[in-house]
Design a protein around this ligand. Structure first.
Ligand code: 13P
Length: 258
């Protein structure tokens, strides 16, 4: 019997990420990790990423040293150093073992006024620093209702990658519809699938040499009950979880939901 190998299907490592947002102090982080690490000790067939607030990175970095759990930050500045009061550089984050940065989260876009231009500078800085950005994109409710979902997502992706089009394989993208974040009203897995497939086609268009290494994560009201349904979708390569990641048991249930 001949054996056929398919060389053109790239198997991507799935990634389940926690975005704690402005939650959990350093001591609460320590307590969280004491509960979480034993639960996920043997789960090594998927990437597990924790993105605590800046003030918890140090303690998390110490505790996670030598484990398979990855550490990420929720934001960064694009300049390497200097007079930028209140900002955090990539060098500072890298020294703590941070290997992922969430860039352009909708809360940063809509509460703190981050523009596509600023987001593009951050993406470029991350790529230059060798830290993998997770670019967040997603439409607001009024945009969805006006049938603009694809247009909004396309614009956000193209602008974020302007000038670094040839690096599409070096980042991940989180599709987080704004109306689904923190509302208990997630997109349907089928709706997410359609947008994820669209994003993957778009990357091919942005970079004809794209190899398909970009994972597309879904975020927005993911919980232990619905996580597995999202992960069953062909083009859902991971999850970015807010509220339901704040409890170690609940996040563990999400990590092992597929
Ligand atoms: P929730 O999971 O709380 O809806 O938040 C999603 C999110 O914004 C992750 O980045």
């Amino acid at each position: 019997m001949p054996i056929f190998f398919s060389y053109d299907i790239l198997i991507l490592m799935k990634i389940i990420s926690a975005n704690w947002k402005m939650n959990l102090t350093p001591s609460q982080t320590k307590e969280y990790l004491q509960g979480f690490l034993p639960l996920v000790e043997d789960i090594k067939d998927r990437e597990i990423l924790l993105c605590p607030p800046f003030t918890s990175l140090c303690v998390a970095s110490e505790i996670l040293k030598g484990t398979h759990i990855k550490l990420g930050a929720q934001n960064c500045h694009y300049e390497p150093k200097g007079a930028f009061t209140g900002e955090i550089s990539l060098e500072m984050l890298k020294e703590l073992g941070v290997s992922y940065i969430i860039v352009g989260h909708s809360e940063r876009r809509w509460i703190f006024g981050e523009t596509d231009e600023l987001i593009s500078k951050k993406i470029t800085a991350c790529l230059e620093a060798g830290v993998r950005p997770i670019l967040c994109v997603g439409e607001r409710l009024e945009e969805r209702e006006a049938g603009l979902t694809f247009k909004v997502v396309e614009t956000q992706v193209r602008l974020a990658l302007s000038g670094v089009e040839s690096y599409t394989d070096d980042l991940d993208i989180a599709y987080e519809p704004v109306w689904a974040i923190g509302t208990g009203n997630p997109a349907t897995p089928e709706d997410a699938q359609v947008v994820h497939a669209y994003i993957k086609d778009l990357l091919q268009d942005v970079n004809p040499k794209h190899e398909g290494r970009t994972r597309v994560l879904y975020g927005g009201s993911v919980n232990p009950k619905n996580a597995g349904e999202f992960m069953r979708m062909r083009d859902v390569d991971g999850l970015l979880v807010g509220g339901a990641s704040l409890d170690p048991e609940s996040f563990y249930q999400i990590v092992k939901s597929f």
